[in-house]
Each structure stands twice: as C-alpha cells, then as structure tokens.
Write a protein that binds this ligand. Structure first.
Ligand SMILES: [Zn+2]
Length: 139
C-alpha cells in the first residue's frame, strides 16, 4: 500500500494492518509550505489505508495533511473554504483521494464508519476526514 503526497510528491509505503512508525508519518505529513511537522493521529492514517484496501486499491493520494496556522490563514485569505480552527492544524485531519474510486464512493465509506467528520468535496475530488465529532458536509 502506498501513500503519495500531492505537494511533496513523496511516497510512503505502508502495511494495511500496521500503523507506520510515527516519525515516518509525521515527516511525510509535514506542512507543504512551512516544512514543519506535528504529531499526526495514527488512526487517521490507518483509516485512509484501510479504506483503500476495502475498495480494492493500493494507493492513497494525500491532498492536504498537517497545516501550520500560518498556512491555514493564508489559504483562508486566498478564498479557500478553510475553517478558522481547522483540525488540520492539530494533525487531526486529512484530505485524501483514492485513485480509481469516485469521491461519492469514498465519502459513503467514511460516513458509514462514523469515525468523525467527513467532508465530501466532489468538485475538487477529495474527501476530508477528521477525528472530531461525527458530522458530515458537502464542500
Ligand atoms: Zn480538510
């Protein structure tokens, strides 16, 4: 199973049945613009990897992972629909795409898990997952 980061173009190979080493995850998920990193919640990574496996795919594309407050504020200023207190700032959210799986299908999968928040961004072709309260929205 492979995680591929859209911004850094890096690839992290992971086993679907085992959480990768935190140091590897944290570095891989570092902020795309500030090169800083944080402690990523490993349950998110595992949920993403297991979703791909359930949907019979072997790759997860990471659209956005950890964001510093600075990058988050910059995205807001650019007009992106980014929450002020985004869980991305705390390493508790991922925006992902599974190549070969429709955004609708991926959303339905995560919504059925009731793991936390699931934002379905069909026009942008990604799903936001976080470990906050269970809630869903369309972006
Ligand atoms: Zn997000």
């Amino acid at each position: 199973m492979e995680l591929v980061h859209l911004h850094t173009k890096e690839t992290l190979r992971v086993r679907p049945d085992r959480i990768p080493a935190p140091t590897a995850i944290n570095r891989f998920m570092r902020c795309a613009s500030d090169r800083k990193y944080t402690l990523m919640d490993p349950r998110l990574v595992l949920a993403a990897v297991q979703a791909a496996r359930k949907l019979q795919r072997s790759k997860v594309l990471i659209i956005s992972s950890f964001r510093t407050s600075r990058l988050n504020a910059a995205r807001r200023a650019e007009g992106h629909r980014v929450a002020l207190r985004s869980r991305h700032i705390h390493g508790q959210a991922l925006d992902i795409r599974v190549p070969g799986v429709s955004t609708q299908r991926l959303c339905a999968h995560f919504r059925s898990l009731r793991l936390g928040g699931v934002g379905c961004y069909i026009p942008l072709r990604f799903v936001h997952i976080d470990l906050g309260p269970v809630r869903t929205w369309d972006g």
